[in-house]
Structures are given as C-alpha cells and as structure tokens.
Design a protein around this ligand. Structure first.
Ligand SMILES: Nc1ncnc2c1ncn2[C@@H]1O[C@H](COP(=O)(O)OP(=O)(O)OP(=O)(O)O)[C@@H](O)[C@H]1O
Ligand SMILES: [Mg+2]
Length: 405
C-alpha cells in the first residue's frame, strides 16, 4: 500500500515533468521563436528535482517489497512441500506430480513479476522514442555561428536575395528557388499560392527555423545567419498556422516572450488581437487556465491569443502564417485594422489563402512551386491578368463577401 501511494505520487510528479517536456517539444517552435529556452529549462530542472527525490524513496520501498515477494514465494513453496509431502507419503499423489507442480510454480513466478515492469517500460520507451526523434529532427537544423553577433535592428528592412532552400531531410529537392524581395519598415508583404508551394517554408526561414541553402536573408543589411538566434528571434515574431498554448493562464500565455510585462500591455495586445472581450467574459478573466489541462479555446481564439503573444514582442518583423484561417472574415477585418497601428513601425508578412487577408498589402508575391511567379500590388496583379487574377476571380467577386479558398 505504501508502495502504491508513493508510486502514484511519483507518477504524478513525473507527469508534471512529462507535461513540461511535452509542451516544450510540442511548442518548441514557440519556445524557440520567443527565445525562452532558459525559462523553460529552469522550470524543467525544478520538476526533475522533485521527481528524483521521490524516485529515491520509491527504490527503497521496492527493495523491501521485492524481498517480501521473494520471502512469500519461498513460504508458499514450503507450504506446498509440507502439504504435498504428506500426500505423497499417504499415496494420494506421486512424487512426480509434486515435482512438476513445484517446477511450474517456479517458472510461473518470473513472468508474473516481470510482466508489470515490461508493460510499463514498453509504453514509456515507445512514446519517448517518437518524441525524441521529433525533437532531434528540429534541434540540429540551426545553430549559432561561432562568430555570431547580436542583431542590431535600426531601420528594419528585410531582404531576401536569391534565396533557395531544400529541407535537410530531402537535400536534392529544392522547395524554394531564387526568391528575392525587399520589405521596408511599415510595409506589408502578402504571400499567396497553391498548397505546398513553399509559403510556410519561406516564412520559417526568417526566424531561422531552417537556414537558406542558397542566397541570403538580411535584416538591415546583416545576414541573419551571422546573428545570434536569441537576438534574431526577439526581432522576428511568427504566428503559426497551428498556434500552441501552454497549460497556464491566458495572461502568462500572452506574456510568454516577456514574463515581466505590465498588465496594461497585455490587455492592449489582447485588444488588438480582438481577444479582450472574450477574456473579460470568462469568470476568471486573464487568470483562466488554458491549454491541455485547462479551458479549451476554439481555433480562432487560439490564433488570436498567439497574435497577442506575438504583438508583445514588438518585433521588427512580424510573420503571420495563415494565422487568420480559423477566424471569420469580419473578425479578421477588425484585427487587421487594429494591427495597422502596429504595422507602422515594422515589416509585416502575411501568408494567406484568403485574398481579402492580403489584398491591401503593399506588395504581393504569388508563389508557385517555390518560385515567385508574380509580384506587385493588388491592382497591378489584377491588371496583369495572370495567376493572381484567376484566383481573385475564383474567390472574390465585386460586391461579394470574401470566401476562403
Ligand atoms: N519539414 C519538412 N521536411 C521536408 N519537406 C517539407 C517539410 N515541410 C514542408 N515540406 C515540403 O515543402 C514543400 C512546401 O511546403 P510548405 O509547407 O512550405 O507549403 P505551403 O505553401 O505553406 O502550403 P500550405 O498552403 O498548404 O500551407 C511541400 O512540398 C512540402 O511537402
Ligand atoms: Mg503553409
């Protein structure tokens, strides 16, 4: 019983550990995008210490327990010998029957003991294995250069110069070819194109989730490969397609990149992301716990939360990767107009399927098979009468509401 109680306790503490670990693996892009590794590490350390203490205690109990089990096994054997011996003497059973009974008993005890251990170990090993490989795949992609320097953002101009890229897992298969464009502070760049054309890939090169394999990306003339990841990711915020939430309060989730943020800033970011009113409607407001163990948010609410999270960083470059797909067109328009205030002193990159999300951009890139096939403003691209125009005709007709593809 004592064993079971501590076992349970240990399981619980381990699960805290696992949860922190899982969230970090699941949310590794968020953790890294916000350069919050140190914070997560200390959280993890504390939880491991807790679990270690308990594991010690448990091993002690297991020693006692194993001896007890062995003792009872021998006691049972003694009993069998005693009773069985008597029966052999009286001729009720033969010596052979007693002997095989004892043999089977011995053979049977081992698997019974081991079964529990094995089931446990197997379950853990298999989940750990998959997680680990996921992590490893991500981890080796990018490192600080030995001579890496802090990124100094002055003007905030982002430039792609003949960038090409192939994923490390498929080095022969180029996903981006010769992509070039420039975005100055205050400008919004729209990126549109068929599924699988390389839009997300392009977006992920800016915070260096991967490094370009050809050409270069610069911010204010500095090659981002020469900047420290820490400084780069404080200047580039990405709002992902699948926004990740940590199991903590809404407030902490928004303030993730800046744990010492003042309440007022959190609320303003939340307001701009059109999340504030929803949060006020919750009984515990910004203290409401969300994520795996908390209140679950809808796709649109999650995205708005991650938009607020990104706004907190005051990044020089803000990337939205299809981040408004789960939000209805009207809410999206409200977010866009609130964001215009923010867009003024940064570069904004919007990857979207819905043309209404990006037709007001200063420049629109139409990507197909990893190439920029058309580039210009909404009006220019319509006049061009090419791919963009065709997509526009499909999606938005004058007077109609915007429809998503
Ligand atoms: N981690 C990866 N490893 C290898 N190949 C990948 C990886 N991620 C994407 N790809 C491949 O790169 C190409 C471009 O994918 P990407 O996700 O950039 O497209 P996308 O334009 O964002 O598509 P969508 O509109 O569906 O979001 C696809 O062919 C895809 O299969
Ligand atoms: Mg994508």
């Amino acid at each position: 019983l004592r064993l079971r109680a501590t076992w349970l306790d240990l399981q619980q503490r381990l699960s805290v550990l696992t949860r922190i670990m899982e969230e970090n693996l699941g949310g590794i892009r968020v953790v890294r995008a916000f350069a919050a590794q140190d914070h997560e590490l200390s959280k993890f350390e504390e939880a491991s210490k807790n679990a270690l203490e308990l594991a010690h205690q448990r091993v002690g109990i297991r020693v006692v327990n194993t001896s007890a089990m062995t003792f009872s096994f021998f006691a049972a054997m003694g009993l069998v010998l005693w009773v069985g011996g008597g029966k052999v003497m009286s001729g009720e059973i033969t010596v052979g029957t007693l002997a095989s009974f004892l043999t089977f008993m011995t053979i049977l005890q081992m698997p019974v003991r081991q079964l529990g251990l094995m089931v446990n170990a197997f379950a853990r090993a298999s989940t750990c294995g998959t997680r680990l490989f996921e992590l490893l795949d991500l981890e080796i992609a990018v490192r600080d250069a030995p001579d890496a320097r802090e990124l100094k953002v002055t003007d905030g101009t982002l430039r792609f110069e003949n960038v090409s890229f192939a994923y490390p897992s498929a080095p022969m298969q180029e996903v981006l070819h010769d992509v070039s464009f420039e975005a100055r502070r205050g400008e919004t760049i729209g990126i549109v194109g068929p599924p699988g054309s390389g839009k997300s890939t392009l977006a992920h090169l800016i915070p260096r989730f991967y490094d370009a394999t050809g050409g270069k990306i610069t911010i204010d003339g500095q090659d981002i490969r020469k900047a420290t990841l820490q400084s780069l990711r404080r200047s580039v915020a990405v709002v992902q397609q699948d926004s990740f939430l940590f199991t903590t309060t809404i407030e902490n989730n928004i303030a993730y990149g800046d744990p010492w943020a003042k309440e007022g800033r959190i609320e303003r970011a939340s307001e701009s992301a059109q999340l504030h009113n929803y949060v006020l409607g919750l009984p515990t407001g910004y203290g409401t716990v969300v994520g795996e163990r908390g209140v679950s948010l809808s796709g649109g609410q999650r995205q708005r939360l991650s938009i607020a999270r990104a706004l907190m960083l005051k990044p020089a470059v803000m990337v939205f990767d299809d981040s408004t797909a789960a939000i209805d067109a009207a809410t999206e328009q409200r977010i866009r107009s609130a964001m215009r205030r923010y867009a003024a002193d940064r570069v904004t990159i919007i990857v979207a399927h819905r043309l209404s999300s990006l037709m007001h951009a200063d420049k629109i890139l139409f990507i197909e098979d990893g190439r920029v096939v058309e580039k210009g403003t909404h009006d220019e691209l319509l006049a061009l009468g090419g791919r963009y125009k065709a997509l526009y005709d499909l999606q938005v007709r004058p007077g109609d509401d915007a429809l998503s593809a």
